[in-house]
Design a protein. Structure first.
Length: 300
């Protein structure tokens, strides 16, 4: 008997509970009161449970009815979400949006855009990955991500389309007690080469054989920006960091911005882009998020 339950019965049950009477529920649903009463009664028979106490002037939810009402609302909400998701997919909306983010890109910008994304596409789950160098592109090439936010891999593989986002300021820093921090004026590349440089390493082969921003033959390589940040603060080397990640440390005196030969005062601007396969451009949700990121990051 329970296999014969219908969504119409559940919606009518919910309406009767919400409106406080069968007649009010009938007006709400645009149906005859007798039809509403019959649907609720047939549901009770199938469940083997009285949902309403009809002894008074208006039907009152029984204890069982009150408990089952919460479940009925959950069922209808999930069905409505199912229908909405299917409708979106039929219109080309992604069933899920996967995005790989360059570790240098400000996460607060992502969070700001994600808030609006949740309002705009409540039925599209958002899956985010944080990577560096080729790790921001390989998932796009492998079709594990709809698009990537790329900055630290300057050269794109064939078949990848990019759209500019705002750049990220990049500073060269060292701990306040590091020998380089005691040098006044511009530090030569020859001097930098005497000290260990902390460098992010690529988890993929896309940058194999190429070096980006390496100025010292002495390098320690880390695959995590948080680890690099911690090593810098502990004086284990010098290196480049996005300014938003070290601003507080510089203000607190834990890190010092180094003035380096051939690098302008205030650091370098690292271009950032949204990247996706030319044969798999973003759908409606991905396109919306890219445009939103352009606004959040200041790119136009």
């Amino acid at each position: 008997m329970l296999d014969g339950l219908s969504l119409d019965q559940l919606r009518t049950f919910i309406a009767a509970a919400n409106e406080g009477s069968f007649s009010a529920a009938a007006r709400k649903l645009g149906r005859a009161q007798s039809a509403v009463s019959e649907l609720v009664r047939s549901l009770e028979i199938q469940l083997g449970v009285d949902l309403f106490d009809r002894s008074g002037r208006y039907p009152q939810l029984t204890a069982s009815g009150n408990m089952l009402l919460a479940t009925a609302r959950e069922v209808i909400a999930k069905v409505d979400a199912f229908k909405s998701q299917a409708k979106g997919m039929a219109a080309g909306l992604e069933p899920e949006l996967s995005v790989v983010i360059d570790v240098f890109f400000p996460i607060h910008v992502i969070a700001e855009a994600a808030k609006d994304f949740r309002q705009q596409f409540p039925d599209v789950p958002l899956r985010l990955f944080v990577e560096a160098l080729g790790g921001t592109v390989q998932p796009v090439l492998d079709q594990r991500a709809n698009f990537g936010i790329v900055g630290s891999l300057p050269a794109m593989p064939p078949g990848v389309v990019t759209e500019p986002l705002a750049g990220v300021m990049f500073l060269v820093v060292a701990a306040a007690d590091h020998p380089l921090a005691a040098i006044e004026g511009t530090i030569s590349r020859a001097e930098l080469a005497k000290h260990v440089q902390l460098v992010l390493t690529d988890r993929t082969d896309l940058s194999k054989g190429r070096e980006f921003g390496v100025m010292s033959p002495q390098t320690w390589r880390l695959a995590d920006l948080f680890a690099k940040h911690t090593f810098l603060i502990n004086g284990l080397g010098w290196g480049g960091m996005p300014s938003h990640a070290v601003r507080t440390d510089i203000e607190a005196g834990r890190l010092v911005e180094l003035t380096v030969e051939d690098i302008p005062a205030g650091g370098l601007r690292l271009p950032m882009s949204a990247a996706y396969r030319s044969d798999g451009p973003p759908g409606p949700a991905g396109r919306w998020l890219i445009e939103r990121l352009k606004i959040c990051s200041g790119a136009r």
